[in-house]
Design a protein. Structure first.
Length: 301
């Protein structure tokens, strides 16, 4: 069963199409299976490595630690079956640039050591170019996604720095910026949680959505951040006391597993930024309301 899984995983990689089945089976024998539970670290940022890994089952979250006044962790990517990780260890001997963590239980990886790879490639000179073309394709794809995300984050940051008269105004502009910045054709809706009547308040819409929430979730984190379909994603805007709002995004066409993983990371990052800004705006709104009440009714308020 394990040997068959190795072959299936290798067949999902484009370079394997040029390899005869017998040679592909020989290659699979160099793959060492490793199983991880959710939350288990595969390798740490800054550690040395001489192996790449191929995801066979489950998923892997790539994270980057940033050092400042407080250490924080930023998710960079979510990898699924057929994806590589740690491939830079085959190209240059430098510390790992990020940490890899299993995101599901079980997560099955196939480890390929550098020495074994080059041993096999020596016996398959025609395959060498195809293999490294595949690596370059993966690296280029990740660079494109990173460039797109950085551009969107930079544009979004300019909106965060502006002053807004209300939470509704901010969410309207934020939704417009995100929808226009995502790759492909997207639509979206924004909602705020009204604490006074304990209900969701529609704020804004960009484009036309076919996906609707049959049951609007309660304002708790566990109800959000999930794909409702291959083309629709629900992301919450967490606050100190619960979810303070949410975005519902929909693509005009279904996304692949890899595209969904990439989009998830981007939307979660943007939602985190939007949440911080929204909290500040709502705090200012409360202070403004208190000051008005004090002016109208005296210091009793």
């Amino acid at each position: 069963m394990e040997s068959q899984k190795k072959i299936e995983t290798l067949k999902s990689l484009s370079f394997s199409q040029r390899i005869p089945p017998k040679k592909l089976k020989e290659f699979s024998e160099f793959l060492h299976p490793l199983s991880f539970s959710s939350g288990e670290v595969i390798f740490e940022q800054g550690s040395r490595g001489d192996s790449l890994f191929i995801v066979g089952e489950g998923s892997v979250r790539i994270e980057k630690k940033s050092k400042g006044k407080e250490e924080s962790v930023k998710p960079l990517a979510l990898l699924g079956p057929g994806d590589f990780l740690g491939e830079m260890a085959l190209i240059e001997e430098v510390p790992r640039s990020a940490r890899a963590v299993a995101a599901h239980t079980p997560t099955l990886l196939f480890q390929l050591e550098k020495k074994n790879l080059f041993q096999w490639l020596k016996s398959q000179p025609k395959t060498t170019i195809s293999f490294f073309v595949e690596l370059v394709r993966i690296l280029s794809q990740r660079l494109r996604r990173t460039t797109q995300e950085l551009t969107l984050l930079a544009d979004f940051s300019t909106h965060i720095l502006k002053r807004y008269a209300s939470s509704q105004e901010f969410l309207t502009q934020a939704l417009k910026q995100i929808v226009s910045g995502l790759e492909g054709a997207w639509s979206g809706e924004a909602f705020l949680y009204n604490e006074f009547n304990q209900d969701w308040e529609f704020v804004s819409r960009e484009g036309k959505l076919t996906q609707k929430l049959s049951n609007v979730p309660p304002p708790v984190p566990s109800s959000f951040n999930r794909w409702l379909s291959p083309s629709a994603y629900l992301v919450g805007l967490p606050g100190a006391s619960g979810i303070q709002g949410y975005f519902l995004f929909e693509s005009s066409s279904p996304l692949s597993s890899q595209e969904k993983n990439e989009t998830t990371i981007t939307l979660l990052t943007l939602a985190k930024l939007a949440s911080s800004c929204l909290e500040n705006i709502r705090h200012l709104e409360e202070e403004t309301l208190k000051n008005r009440l004090k002016t109208a009714h005296g210091t009793a308020f």
